[in-house]
Design a protein around this ligand. Sequence first.
Ligand code: ATP
Length: 303
Amino acid sequence: MISNNENSLTRKAYAKINLALDVIRRREDGYHEVRMIMQTVDLYDVLTFIKTSSPGITVVTDKEGLPGDESNLIYKAVRLIMENYPVHQGVRIELEKRIPMAAGMAGGSTDAAAVFHGLNELFGLGMSENEMCALGVKIGADVPYCIQGGTALSEGIGEVLTKLEDAPPCYVLIAKPDIDVSTKYVYENLRVDKLDRHPDIDGMRAAIGEGDLHKMTGYMENVLETVTAAAYPVIGEIKDFMKDRGALNALMSGSGPTVFGIFEREEEARKAYAELKEAFLADQIFVSEWVSGKKAYEDRNRA
Ligand code: ATP
């Protein structure tokens, strides 16, 4: 895609949304066992990987408040790869941040996933996707899914992935209100034992298999709304706003606060986008489409 030579390459790192998100239980080790239907959307960060003659890791970001130091998931992914694979040179990674942060769109995880693909290619490491996922889960539960992309069922703590049929095509209005939500806070405040309903993940999976958009959207549900949407009423307001303007359904993604609405027709999504801008309920708004597993794969492998 963007550029590629033997000393550098540039790649997209796509965001995800959760079409459905269920939490089954809290494990003794503190991790939560989940069942989620994941979907890649056409909203992405751009990472440039450059070999350097001096050893070491340099990460440079264009985003104020996101340092390239050891706390950055890009840095963590490079270090983990270097500890496990023979990389004999240094690397500089430049990040162009476009995905809303602390938003429930796996912005950090997808950057880490892009590092696995990027270094694998740049240094010819020969890592299989399974090997990348096994290392990637040490960085974050969503990293294996981001390594794979497309439509998928994610189980366990996020490391058990099943590829699904591509979700039926549609237009997705994505809106992030001006609040930052910590994933850790949301999971810590989730009362799994008190949930009075759970999404029908298998129902959604079947609807996707049938390519039935209406049926699929009928199954959209996210148990983390019980924490985040309860704390921030703007989430419910944005959902209602989208549904009032023709969205088949609208839902919070991940731990929030980003909300997405599914539209059958592009004009409707664009009209709702314009009206939402005027309403000042969200500060970052996008009209997007799905990215299939095949497209995500091709993007990674195209020079
Ligand atoms: P998820 O959906 O996986 O819970 P999120 O979208 O809620 O993720 P992120 O944007 O991935 O949240 O980031 C959460 C925090 O992680 C940020 O506030 C930031 O401090 C830290 N972080 C570290 N590296 C990155 C990165 N490369 N991009 C974004 N955030 C990062």
